[in-house]
Every structure is written in structure tokens, then in C-alpha cells.
Design a protein around this ligand. Sequence first.
Ligand code: ARG
Length: 267
Amino acid sequence: MFSHRRYLMCRPTYFAVEYAINPWMDPTAPYDTELAVRQWTALRQVYTDLGHTVDEIDPIPGLPDMVFAANGATVVDGTVLAVQFLNPERADEGPAYANWFRQTGFDVVEAKAVNEGEGDILLAGDLLLAGTGFRTSHAAHLQAQEALRRPVVSLQLVDPSFYHLDTALCVLDATTVAYLPDAFTPGSQAVLRRLFPNAILAGADDAAVLGLNAVSDGRNVVLPIQAGNFAQRLADRGFMPIGVDMSELRKAGGGPKCCTLEIRTGS
Ligand code: ARG
């Protein structure tokens, strides 16, 4: 069921691919920052046209991945769990996002372990689904459960191309998710089957274009336009797929969801 959302986004003014911290990134390949800004602006427009609220955090020169706002925090019931990045290249983004939340009037809990925010910690109904294996540590899952007061289900990621949970799994509504089974260990696949027997299972073609990196408001699902099969599966299940082209940001390993941090204020 559709519900109004509040999102935080960061304009990719200083977007670049200068280092490689995931297999999508090739610092020797060309990229187009202006095109990235246009594609990002179109994504922002989709959200506001759907009636959602978009807040913006100022981008900081020298932090080319700061556009990936999903990694900036995890926000549930108005509590902000701050982040701690694994890679030094992104370390300064953590305090920048935490400060934005403090200045906006939120209580911020400092991260005690490597935690890459909503990249790896996704709210699905009453559960927090938490990925580990590449970035966010298991210790951060325990802290998320304490700080955000929701049961955490830890899921182990195994494919370096799907290094954050939000590249391998998308929460569509309180009881429905879509995921790429091969991105998880056999044990975590079994947990997902048990929790979400009606899940949409994505295939390699959709995964190859980061199709699962999608944002749902319970009805509309904003996804990479190249993920045609996934869009069809969503439509078959009564969701409204909305394709956006994020070709430039994909060169850094990101899609629409990576650019979008949900600010959940209600309880
Ligand atoms: N280049 C960034 C990194 O590797 C991309 C982050 C994508 N964000 C996400 N929520 N999956 O950290």
C-alpha cells in the first residue's frame, strides 16, 4: 500500500570514479559528471512527482561517492544510527551525514562498528534485514537491533558485485521483497524463503544492471530502466514500475536506491 515517504539525497556535483572499492568501479573508464547530475535530478523529480518529500544534504568536494545517500545512516522511528565506512576513501561522509541529522533536529547514535547504513540495513515490516560479508559488520547488526529496537535478521552476502544488501534485495512492502538468490549463502537463502515465501526472485539479467537497487513506496517502484524483466514481474504483482536511467552512477556501483536514504520519523 502506498505511503508518503521522506527521502534524503545528495546531488552528485563532485561525482567521479577515482578509486575502485567494488567491482563496478573502473577508475580508467570515462564517466560524465554532468550526465550523472541530470540523471540524479530526474530521479529526484520522480519522487516529488509521486508526492514524496526530498531533503538535500550539501555535497562535499573530494567525496565522489557522497551521492550514495543510502550509506549515510539508518533512520527508524526518528532514531538515526550513524555510519562508519569500511573504506578510508568514504570515511568523511559519516560525520557529514551525522551532522546533517543533528542540525535537522534528530537524535544521532554513533556507530560502534563498520556500518554502511541503509546500503546494508533495510526495514521490512517490523524486521531489519541486515547484510554482512563485504561492508557492514555483524557487530553493527547487534548495535542496529539495540538502537533501532527492531529484530535484526542477519543475511550473508557472497558475490562481490552485490556487496551491499540493497544491491541484492529490495523491500517492496511490509511483507514482500525481491532478491537475487545467488547473492546469498545457502543458509541465508533458506531464511529468506522462510520469511518471504512470496518473494520475487530476480535473474542474472536484472542483476547485471543493478535492477534490485530499487525504491518502493509500497506501490510505485523506482528501478533502473534497463531492468526490463524485473519491471514486468513487478507489474504482474500489482506494483507500478517506474524506470530511471542511472547509467553514470552505475559506473560507481550505484542505482536509484543507493541515492536515496529514507527518513522514517513515525513510530
Ligand atoms: N562506490 C560506492 C561504494 O562502493 C557505491 C555505494 C552504493 N551504495 C549502495 N547503497 N549500495 O561504496
